[in-house]
Design a protein around this ligand. Structure first.
Ligand code: AMP
Ligand code: ZN
Length: 113
């Protein structure tokens, strides 16, 4: 499958990995939008949030557990941070493999563009 995040998970293309276990991989976004910008990605290919169901949803809680571990290890919990999942064209999704952006290290504005 021609999926860039599957290839990153399989180490077929390089990335700056910050965490990995049997279910997820987390790496620095190649085009960071904040001082901390990490992508947390399930190793299983799930196209988007629309594909989440009772058979695969446990990976989402695992992604959030991973995010909290990263937040704590980076020391950004006190100042706050944002976790973003873009879905589909209007959501701004550009890679069709579900992923969660962990953003922090600056005051993030709201509402989004
Ligand atoms: P989204 O727009 O929500 O689909 O986010 C996709 C993200 O993947 C963007 O922030 C890109 O900068 C990032 N990205 C694309 N290719 C790579 C790559 N090879 N390594 C790291 N991040 C990437
Ligand atoms: Zn994939």
């Amino acid at each position: 499958m021609d999926c860039i995040f599957c290839k990153i998970a399989a180490k077929q293309i390089p990335s700056e990995i910050v965490f990995e276990d049997d279910k997820v991989i987390a790496f620095h976004d190649i085009s960071p939008a904040a001082p901390v910008h990490i992508l947390i990605v399930p190793k299983q290919h799930i196209e988007s949030t629309l594909e989440i169901n009772s058979s695969n949803s446990s990976v989402i809680s695992h992604i959030y557990e991973t995010a909290v571990q990263l937040v704590n290890s980076l020391g950004i919990g006190g100042d706050g941070f944002r976790i973003v999942n873009n879905c589909g064209k209007n959501g701004g999704q550009t890679v069709d493999h579900i992923h969660f952006h962990l953003l922090g290290g600056r005051n993030l504005t709201w509402p989004p563009g």
